[in-house]
Write a protein that binds this ligand. Structure first.
Ligand SMILES: Nc1ncnc2c1ncn2[C@@H]1O[C@H](COP(=O)(O)OP(=O)(O)OP(=O)(O)O)[C@@H](O)[C@H]1O
Ligand SMILES: [Mg+2]
Length: 277
């Protein structure tokens, strides 16, 4: 069931790349991050980048309904590094699907970068997703017959970025994740940790303001997990908003802020005293 849902998420992710980013011309780029015109650069505005108001998600409404999100309220500001932690079945992936505009809530509101996206139609959601969010999944979701650099270029193609710039952006982001020597390797010629680094490079290549990672170290050994976490920390240091979903306290402890979710409700939301830059 879980695998099926992850595959569905992946399919939706790739379908979103098939829309041209008609907002592309309105993107402003700082050194490492792009913001749309309504963007919320730190210091310029106190508007949260993400504002979730009384969000509910009910699967199978009726007798067998599952209340996966139960009146969730949350604000995340630009540049934060937030872990969302909870046990299996607590609603983490459901919440990620909402935050990532892969699905819409049953009720409540979701403002992303100032726009209410909770009632948007599929096409509009795809555009927002493409513009604002870089996804990293536990299952990597790389295309097996494409090389690392081609995988990273894929979302850039659908953004209408020209070939030369595409290659340059893809090489830059593969360099950021330490994969200069693996750019022409296919996924089955790389380790799990390397494949996840390609997935991270793909998520950051278009410089989206939000990086959303669902159990990004779930399939990795502890050394590779440490590498991936250190890359996510670097992303945060470079000004990106990183949201990391995990069931592991040790991993959540790496984030600046830890939001705990239980039975679809936010149980606690604390700043992590152990956080080290
Ligand atoms: N498409 C769906 N249809 C029906 N129920 C669903 C669906 N997706 C999720 N659920 C249910 O909603 C609840 C939350 O699921 P969710 O996948 O968000 O949990 P999770 O915290 O991500 O768990 P895990 O750590 O195992 O990935 C669970 O009880 C799950 O069975
Ligand atoms: Mg999950």
């Amino acid at each position: 069931m879980r695998d099926d849902r992850e595959k569905q998420g992946g399919a939706a992710l790739f379908s979103c790349f098939s829309f041209q980013d008609k907002f592309g011309s309105r993107l402003k780029c700082s050194e490492n991050v792009c913001f749309s015109d309504r963007g919320s650069l730190k210091g310029e505005s106190m508007e949260p980048l993400i504002r979730v108001v009384d969000m509910c998600k009910i699967y199978n409404p009726g007798e067998n309904e599952v209340r996966a999100l139960d009146h969730v309220n949350l604000e995340i500001f630009q540049g934060e590094f937030v872990a969302i932690i909870g046990q299996s079945g607590s609603g983490k992936s459901t919440f990620m699907n909402m935050l990532g505009c892969l699905d819409v809530p049953t009720s409540g509101e979701y403002f992303l970068n100032g726009t209410d996206v909770s009632t948007m139609a599929d096409n509009d959601l795809s555009e927002v997703r493409n513009r604002e969010i870089g996804f990293i999944f536990q299952g990597f979701n790389l295309i097996p017959n494409l090389t690392a650099v081609e995988n990273v270029e894929l979302p850039l193609i659908y953004r209408g970025i020209d070939k030369k710039t595409r290659r340059q952006l893809a090489m830059e982001s593969l360099h950021m994740v330490g994969l200069d020597k693996r750019v022409h390797h296919k996924p089955n010629e790389m380790s799990g940790g390397q494949q996840q680094r390609v997935a991270i490079a793909r998520a950051i290549a278009a410089k989206p303001p939000v990086i959303l990672a669902d159990e990004p170290t779930g399939n990795l050994d502890s050394a590779s997990s440490r590498e991936i976490l250190s890359i996510l920390k670097d992303m945060h240091k470079n000004g990106r908003t990183v949201i990391l979903i995990t069931h592991d306290n040790g991993i959540a402890d790496q984030a600046r802020r830890v939001v705990r979710i239980m039975d679809g409700k936010i149980e606690s939301d604390i700043l992590n005293e152990n956080f080290k830059e």
